[in-house]
Design a protein around this ligand. Structure first.
Ligand SMILES: *[C@@H]1O[C@H](CO)[C@@H](O)[C@H](O)[C@H]1NC(C)=O
Ligand SMILES: *[C@@H]1O[C@H](CO)[C@@H](O)[C@H](O)[C@H]1NC(C)=O
Length: 464
């Protein structure tokens, strides 16, 4: 299908500016050489985004996310992976016990091969460690549990853009996001690569023949990279944007893992903090063959898209009838005031997007595109069930749903504009509590990443 190719505002998005001097630059330049100046389709520059986010938006958002309404997220972490054999290793309730228990390795193999049993023992150790790091604390007081049931009854059911299809399942449980911060879990290597690969390779509207040079540990062929970006150029704006959003999400997650790295784990403390080496391995132009700085640019792109969604959704939250219901009227009112205030801040940022360039092409194309995005997004949320580590799965699901909700908003601009007028009939646009919680927490992650970049800049300027 030939889709909206009109105002190619994103064309410059693909002028993947080369870091020509990347080899010789300082450690800081090697990560940030492309992260400066204008961001692609928006007449705004990195520096003003940084200032806006770090000074104005981030502190308010943080405060909002600490409220009762926003800290509890319902999720089913026990769904089987629908796409490949589910030989989960670390972090999963079952796998941590099963594949890792040495006495489950047949005696014959153990006695035949000392090496194997040593491996099994190491695996056990790794698993215990990863299970501890990746475990999700789902403790809630009985009172909170009851309150949450109340909220649930209060929410309107509605079909959603990005299906997290299991809210009603008995396996779904609430988790307190403040008790389960996204941070380093030790979950990486081939299993994590499989997840990201299947997202990029099979769920980014990519023709199967194009290989992406994704895994930095795999032999890399210059040719693959070239074909890959040529493919990207051939896509319509929105689908290309889709790829960049996924890449931005990936970058954001990696920034968190590098910023909350387990630096020390001994008998009296667990010390979490910035690991500059880890950051460099993911974003240094030299170490990533030029990919790292592009990933950081994609993060800014993702930030702008989600920011745009927030500024568009303001009329929905401003409706007098809209409540953030937790059953504590005073707190609920304050949370809503804070939310609306935050959205006004978001709206105040001069985005200067071409309003018609993204997501709002002619009606038929837009409908088709919305459908394509929806299916792909549902699929990506299913892939999240294949993430072996509980905590990564939790944040993966939440951030996918958050981005899905942002896209739903962008695809529904007209319905949102029509909201105040459609009082008598059923409202033409709805968000569930789940979607709202995911939207703001996901944006909270991106916003935190932008802020962390300033920290890493500082740390990197001291390297070498
Ligand atoms: C969903 O994702 C899986 C795993 O990456 C892939 O094999 C499958 O083709 C995708 N399906 C759709 C409809 O995109
Ligand atoms: C930082 O990360 C690297 C891997 O990127 C690791 O080898 C190193 O041990 C980490 N540093 C600390 C202090 O944990």
């Amino acid at each position: 299908m030939d889709c909206v190719m009109k105002v190619m505002l994103l064309l410059c998005a693909l002028q993947l500016l080369n870091c020509k001097d990347s080899g010789s630059g300082s450690a800081e330049q090697r990560c940030f050489c492309q992260v400066t100046g204008h961001i692609d389709d928006c007449v705004c520059d990195v520096e003003s985004i940084d200032a806006f986010n770090n000074m104005q938006l981030f502190p308010k958002l943080q405060q909002l996310l600490e409220s009762d309404y926003f800290r509890f997220y319902k999720v089913n972490l026990n769904k089987p992976c629908p796409f490949w054999a589910d030989d989960r290793h670390c972090g999963s309730k079952y796998c941590a016990v099963k594949p890792c228990k040495p006495d489950e390795v047949p005696d014959g193999i153990k006695s035949n091969s000392y090496k194997y049993s040593e491996e099994a023992n190491n695996a056990l150790h790794e698993c215990e460690k990863a299970e501890k790091l990746g475990a999700v604390d789902s403790s809630l007081s009985e009172e909170t549990r009851q309150a949450l049931l109340e909220w649930n009854r209060h929410d309107d059911e509605e079909d959603r853009f990005c299906v997290v299809d299991d809210e009603g399942s008995p396996d779904s449980q609430y988790v307190d996001l403040l008790l389960n911060p996204e941070r380093y879990t030790g979950y990486k290597g081939s299993e994590a690569w499989q997840i990201w690969n299947s997202i990029y390779e099979e769920n980014c509207f990519k023709p199967y023949s194009v290989k992406r040079p994704l895994n930095p540990t795999r032999a890399y062929r210059e040719k693959d990279g070239k074909t890959f970006y040529r493919w990207l150029e051939g896509l319509c704006v929105e689908k290309r944007a889709f790829f960049r959003l996924v890449s931005g999400l990936h970058a954001s997650i990696n920034i968190h893992l590098s910023a909350r790295y387990l630096l020390d784990d001994n008998w009296f403390e667990q010390k979490w903090g910035h690991n500059v080496t880890e950051f460099q391995q993911r974003f240094d132009a030299e170490l990533t063959r030029g990919e790292g700085p592009k990933r950081l640019r994609n993060l800014y792109f993702l930030y702008l898209i989600e920011l745009r969604a927030l500024s568009k959704v303001l009329p929905f939250f401003e409706q007098p009838s809209f409540q953030l219901y937790t059953g504590q009227p005073d707190q609920d009112r304050r949370t809503k005031d804070l939310l609306v205030e935050l959205l006004h801040v978001a709206k105040s940022f001069p985005l200067h997007f071409d309003e018609t360039s993204l997501f709002t092409g002619n009606k038929q194309e837009a409908a088709q595109l919305k459908e394509d995005f929806k299916l792909t997004f549902r699929n990506i949320s299913k892939i999240m069930d294949c993430v072996g580590c509980f905590k990564c799965r939790l944040w993966g699901k939440l951030q996918t749903q958050g981005l899905g909700t942002a896209l739903k908003i962008l695809f529904s601009e007209r319905q949102i504009e029509a909201l105040p007028k459609s009082k008598s009939s059923l409202p033409s646009f709805q968000l569930t509590r789940q979607e709202i919680v995911a939207l703001f927490n996901a944006f909270g992650r991106i916003s935190t990443s932008i802020r962390e970049l300033a920290n890493f800049r500082g740390l990197l300027s001291k390297v070498r």
